[in-house]
Design a protein. Sequence first.
Length: 330
Amino acid sequence: MRLLATPRARALIAAALVAIGALAAVLPLQDDAARSVPVAETGAEFERLGDLTLGEQAKVLEEGSDARALNAEIATSTLPLEAVRPFKAIALGSDNYANALNCLTQAIYYEAATEPVSGQRAVAQVVLNRVRHPAYPNSVCGVVYEGSSKPVCQFSFTCDGSLLRQPSSGLWANARNIAARALQGQVEGRVGTATHYHADYVLPRWAYTLAKVEQIGAHIFYRFPGSAGTALAFSRGWNGREVMPRIDLDFLRARLAADYELEAAAATTPGLTVTPHITDRHAASDVGGRLDTTKQWRLEIPDPVSASETYQTALQRQDNTVQDMDGPIS
């Protein structure tokens, strides 16, 4: 194959093999007979599966159009897509339901607000699938905010500063409606037992370790391989309590400012002598009308008197030109 001959392709294949090795260390690849092993016998292994997308496994191998091409080359699993039971564990009208609804709405909004409705439902399904899986916390808010105070969080919006943005009221209402339906038993069957997803314009190392299920919009969905990804594994009950975590806004501001400063240092804007700051009301790539003070530039607005004199001079010149044209042609 020509693709495998390039150094870039060899590096990607090597990264994929490392990723698969990491999976084997946690959950050895199993044959069809092993897939029928009861979940209770493999529970200890399942508890370690949550780390498969952290650390080196979270490293992005490719971005942009190259990532889309490589993601397309990852084969979709040929195993049957198993259905999951509707999630209706939380009593409507309770405080627990209100908190779960808020957490799930946030996940749908910040992760997939502009995705197709089916894509938004799929994100909600991933959250609820994790609630029932031994590898993750068994509450909606616990799943959504897992790792939010750490360098790598499970759902990026909880730790990258996205929560500092004011939501769009219309898109938020749509996300809330989808979240409510999911908490009342609606199932997005297209993703089955999926527990992971990523945008198609990035290629994380862990994409080679899981079973690709479906792509909806810009998101590609995956499930665990072997018995960990079967419907039998999603048997754990809800823990009976939903708590909205305390959001450390100072931490988010510091995280966002640090990311912004890294981007600003990586790309110098010609003519910009004022250091970009997180409070600026313009895009990172926008000079914003600032002046380069090293070039002796000055912003000058003509005063009305000077402008009037210039205007009168222009009129006089026009009059002289008209008089010359009215004279005899020589």
